[in-house]
Design a protein around this ligand. Structure first.
Ligand SMILES: Nc1nc2c(c(=O)[nH]1)N[C@H]1C(S)=C(S)[C@@H](COP(=O)(O)OP(=O)(O)OC[C@H]3O[C@@H](n4cnc5c(=O)[nH]c(N)nc54)[C@H](O)[C@@H]3O)O[C@H]1N2
Ligand SMILES: Nc1nc2c(c(=O)[nH]1)N[C@H]1C(S)=C(S)[C@@H](COP(=O)(O)OP(=O)(O)OC[C@H]3O[C@@H](n4cnc5c(=O)[nH]c(N)nc54)[C@H](O)[C@@H]3O)O[C@H]1N2
Ligand SMILES: [Mo]
Length: 775
């Protein structure tokens, strides 16, 4: 206990915490306001309009039931029926009775448990944790695994090196990179607009400063990818090499080939720290398939000059170099391969575990990667135990509903889709996030009942049978904490909820009472009591790590605790490098698996036991590109988090005539007669949407980029030829898993065509309330 140090409140300010930042609250009697936190060097604009947005007319204010469902439980009419507002008593009775009916008739495996989504910041009122705990208490549900973020990544990296969560939390800090890294090679950029975000709260934003410090120290950036803006640094530090989307694996394999044939690979590193190089080498050299993965071979696939690939391999070997991989690379057909190839290439170079060397997955997708703060456990809230074993990889939701009883492969085993009668969702928006939304509409016709807790009348709410109004994080008390951020924050309520909106916890507690599971769900505690209990249990954990905490009331009154910085700045896999036996990896060999026997034994034709090139299902080199010659990337939005706050002033300020911007090259615009600011129609064989053209030379010809997040606005439900009037890319994306290994989301594998929209642009309805019937 000598080392013990008391964590006392050192911050005398009142902070609101959101996934995109910490904001200072100015409390006023009639209208409070939010401002950037003075300690955040790069505050995100997203949060500045959040308080106003939460006061929007689009908030769900009262429980509402779809008219057809209320009348005779009819399934048709989702998305077109009116809603009937009912009292909380009636709504809660309806939910409880319907749950009892479904469980009684079909068992708990007939409930799909309200699955995926980012919800809001706050450790207790996290809608995902709440819905899972509630359904567990009620006897279980069909759950999801993995994420849309890292569908392929989460499944494949444990086979190769470590769990994604471990990797995320152990990325080398920006200051160490600035000191040591000489060549920063990145696939998919370092998208600082994405690093605005950290699940649970990005408090001090590091990425813009981290990048600038690297550049100032003379690090050279090699930016491989179709979009210049993905690496927001001046041209002086950046060499931009555009390549065709989804061809990164080919370039990585060719770099490995060059390293090997020039004898630049680090034999000693490979021997001590890796497994399987000798089994991968024949593939790279072309001994197994007759195709050496040469620079010329990769150049023909990717468009990157062969000479540049060859030279880059030598540069990487000569200097302290880091290979960074954006998560977007694996949100694609065969998405496992770029991660595996990147880690294998970094292994050949032998710099993994050295300050500023090795790989990153990735710098850019969130604030956590590169943070100077230590990983600490946070206050936790148990989701309980789920007695039901059925699950889906999260992006297989439409398959689940459309194909009950059918088999699917996943990570070495065969599983069966359950027969779902009820969908219960809180804290996610599948009608924003899922691929091929017209297919999702067809899947949504299958369940007997769909229950949703939502803050807003987005398309997800409009497609539900029962909508229960939820509070926002500014309307309740909570604990703010996020991995490798500097504070534990007392998130004190800023203002009263609109209408009759309630906390998810209180809603679930009341339904649990009706189901007879209240004690299991609440353990007899109110939400205020839970916050205290979570803090007190965390204090015990922190004491075990040598930190005493002040008591809860002092913390709550002061508003925040400052958390300790680590004694030495984080360097990814440094411990493993220093002692590979004491810090053996959790892979079969305890080493980095360039070849993995287990994955090889799964026998998948679309994911062998090593990194290899597969042409994606759709790409600029495929037959389909004759009809749909543009590769559409759907990146994360600058002005919001997914669909959250799409209706905020900031998000609306960047739209073009109210539509989501789509970025296309001057060349592609010219051949189509499209000018900057025009409304265009984007289409393929799955659907169509409108968007506003942004014409630039900073994107590779043949590639267009439409960010996610625009609230879906189909013109006529069930008719995929009619455009989504707003610009949600998931009208167009394909809904097929990355491989039999991971079944991950493949949104980045998508071809489209674009034309100028002629005629009168149809008015939008995305930001209108649904029709209500008199009660
Ligand atoms: N084409 C394409 N599609 C993609 C991606 C892509 O790159 N391309 N990316 C994917 C990725 S990585 C992700 S993570 C997903 C994100 O998809 P989601 O996480 O589903 O997106 P959000 O818009 O954050 O949805 C959160 C919802 O929860 C609601 N909410 C917030 N707080 C609360 C609360 O306290 N209680 C309740 N009841 N509700 C609340 C919000 O109003 C919002 O509707 O999208 C995926 N979709
Ligand atoms: N502001 C904001 N930030 C966010 C989010 C948000 O909604 N808003 N969402 C958060 C979430 S949930 C996640 S998972 C992360 C996602 O983090 P990422 O997956 O890294 O982010 P994306 O924006 O999908 O993609 C980054 C860039 O990759 C490029 N790219 C796409 N496909 C390819 C390819 O095949 N090859 C190459 N070389 N480049 C390609 C695109 O040009 C794109 O701009 O972002 C997080 N950050
Ligand atoms: Mo994500």
């Amino acid at each position: 206990m000598n080392q013990s140090q008391t964590l006392i409140p050192t911050l005398d300010c009142d902070l609101a915490i959101s996934h995109w930042g910490a904001y200072e609250i100015t409390r006023q009697k009639d209208k409070s306001a939010l401002n950037a936190w003075r300690e955040d060097p790069h505050p995100s604009e997203i949060g500045l309009s959040m308080l106003d947005a939460y006061r929007s007319k689009l908030r769900v204010k009262r429980p509402a039931v779809r008219e057809g469902w209320l009348k005779d439980r009819s399934r048709s009419g989702r998305g077109s029926d009116r809603f009937v507002e009912v009292s909380w008593e009636t709504a809660l009775d309806l939910v409880a009775e319907e749950m009892q009916r479904v469980i009684g008739a079909h068992g708990n495996s007939a409930i799909f448990g309200g699955s995926y989504g980012w919800s809001s910041a706050g450790r207790f009122h996290h809608a995902q944790s709440q819905v899972h705990r509630f359904l567990n208490a009620a006897g279980g549900y069909v759950r999801h695994t993995d994420s849309y973020s890292l569908g392929a990544g989460r499944v494949v990296t444990p086979h190769i090196v470590a769990e994604m969560d471990y990797l995320k939390d152990s990325h080398t800090s920006w200051d160490v990179l600035a000191q040591h890294t000489r060549v920063f090679l990145t696939f998919g950029g370092v998208v600082t607009k994405n690093a605005q975000v950290n699940a649970g709260g990005a408090m001090t934003h590091h990425a813009p400063g981290g990048l600038a410090a690297l550049a100032a120290n003379g690090c050279r950036f090699v930016h491989i990818g179709p979009v210049r803006a993905d690496l927001p640094l001046p041209d002086a530090s950046v060499e931009w090499i555009p390549i065709r989307p989804n061809t990164d694996t080919a370039v990585l394999l060719a770099l490995a080939h060059e390293v090997i044939i020039n004898g630049l690979h680090d034999e000693a590193f490979l021997h001590t720290y890796t497994h399987g190089f000798e089994k991968w080498k024949p593939y790279v050299l072309g001994e197994t398939d007759g195709t050496p993965k040469t620079a010329e071979w990769a150049s023909a696939i990717s468009g990157m000059p062969a000479e540049r690939i060859a030279r880059l391999a030598r540069e990487l070997a000569a200097e302290r170099s880091l290979i960074n991989l954006a998560w977007s690379l694996q949100r694609a057909d065969h998405g496992e391969q770029p991660f595996w190839a990147g880690i294998a290439l970094a292994s050949l170079l032998g710099q993994i575990g050295l300050p500023g060397g090795g790989f990153g997955i990735g710098y850019g997708p969130a604030n956590v990667m590169g943070s100077p703060f230590d990983k600490l456990p946070g206050p936790t809230f148990s989701q309980g135990k789920n007695p039901i074993s059925d699950f889906i990889p999260c992006a297989r939701i439409a398959d689940l509903l459309l194909h009950p009883g059918e088999k699917f492969d996943y990570n070495g085993a065969s599983h069966t889709y359950a027969d779902i009668r009820m969908v219960y969702w809180a804290g996610g928006n599948p009608f924003h996030h899922h691929q091929d939304l017209h297919r999702l509409v067809r899947a949504w016709e299958k369940p007997e009942t769909i229950i949703v807790h939502e803050q807003v009348w987005n398309y997800h709410s409009k497609m539900a049978d029962i909508v229960l109004p939820a509070t926002s994080s500014l309307e309740r008390d909570d604990l703010g904490f996020s991995s490798r951020e500097p504070l534990l924050v007392a998130m004190r309520r800023v203002e009263a909820p609109p209408g009759e909106a309630r906390d998810d916890y209180d809603i679930f507690a009341d339904i649990s009472r009706r189901l007879g599971t209240e004690q299991t769900f609440t353990e007899g505690l109110s939400s205020a009591q839970w916050l205290r209990q979570m803090y007190d249990s965390w204090a015990v954990v922190m004491r075990g790590r040598g930190h005493e905490l002040v008591d809860y009331d002092d913390f709550w009154r002061a508003g925040a605790l400052r958390l300790p910085l680590p004694k030495r700045p984080p360097v990814m896999l440094q411990d493993f490098r220093e002692d590979p036996d004491a810090h053996a990896l959790k892979t079969p060999s305890g080493r980095i698996e360039i070849f993995n026997d287990k994955v090889a034994e799964f026998g998948y034709d679309d994911c062998p036991g090593y990194a290899r090139w597969y042409p994606p299902a759709e790409w600029l080199g495929s037959e389909k590109a004759r009809e749909y010659p543009l590769h559409m990337l759907s990146d994360q939005p600058l002005t919001k988090l997914h669909s959250q706050l799409d209706f905020s002033a900031y998000s609306l300020s960047k739209k073009i005539k109210g539509r989501e911007p789509i970025v296309l090259s001057s060349q592609d615009a010219q051949t189509r007669g499209i000018a900057d600011g025009d409304i265009v129609r984007v289409f393929n064989d799955r659907g169509a949407c409108l968007a506003g053209a942004v014409v630039t030379d900073a994107i590779m010809p043949g590639v267009v980029k439409l960010s996610t997040g625009a609230w879906w606005d189909p013109q006529r439900l069930g008719d995929s030829a009619q455009p989504d009037r707003h610009g949600n890319p998931n009208t167009l994306t394909r809904d097929v898993g990355a491989s039999r290994l991971s079944q991950g989301c493949t949104a980045q594998t998508c071809l489209v065509q674009i034309e100028k929209f002629e005629g009168e642009v149809p008015p939008m309805q995305a930001f209108e309330l649904p029709a209500f019937a008199p009660a």
